[in-house]
Design a protein around this ligand. Structure first.
Ligand code: HEC
Length: 114
């Protein structure tokens, strides 16, 4: 993986972390419009920003986990807008974040100690 590709992946990761916090902060004050906007920006539409060369180097199982995470953020966005139920959003985000843990437990850049 090139340095640029690696940086693109890490940038996306930091965005995910930031957005997860942003969603929690928003629903904690019942700001569902902001929660929806943030969740959407981590969803499938953000996939367009992933460099194609990076995408081809990612193992299939990892791609699946990545897509599933995006879909979970899209569901969070849809439900936050529709239901405006902070408990529900928190539960969904908690489930989505199991994907973060699962992927981090399995995948590392080759030159990082496991
Ligand atoms: C499909 C796999 C995958 C998923 C899902 C995933 N990550 Fe990551 N993440 C990685 C990999 C690979 C690294 C790099 C690990 C390494 O250093 O080798 C990483 C690194 C990170 C980093 C460090 C960024 C840096 O600049 O060093 C953060 C923060 C992070 N992930 C947050 C998250 C959060 C939050 C989620 C869930 C919303 C998430 N990740 C979901 C694969 C994933």
């Amino acid at each position: 993986m090139s340095k640029d590709e690696r940086n693109a992946l890490l940038l996306e990761m930091r965005t995910w972390l930031q957005n997860s916090q942003g969603i929690l902060a928003a629903v904690s004050i019942n700001d569902f419009a902001t929660a929806t906007k943030i969740a959407k920006s981590s969803g499938m539409t953000a996939e367009a920003d992933v460099p194609g060369t990076l995408f081809r180097k990612i193992p299939l199982e990892m791609k699946k986990l990545g897509f599933d995470t995006r879909q979970k953020f899209d569901e969070i966005a849809i439900d936050a807008e529709r239901l405006k139920d902070s408990q529900h959003t928190i539960k969904q985000l908690s489930t989505a974040m199991n994907n973060c843990i699962a992927c981090h437990a399995t995948y590392r850049f080759a030159d990082t100690e496991k």
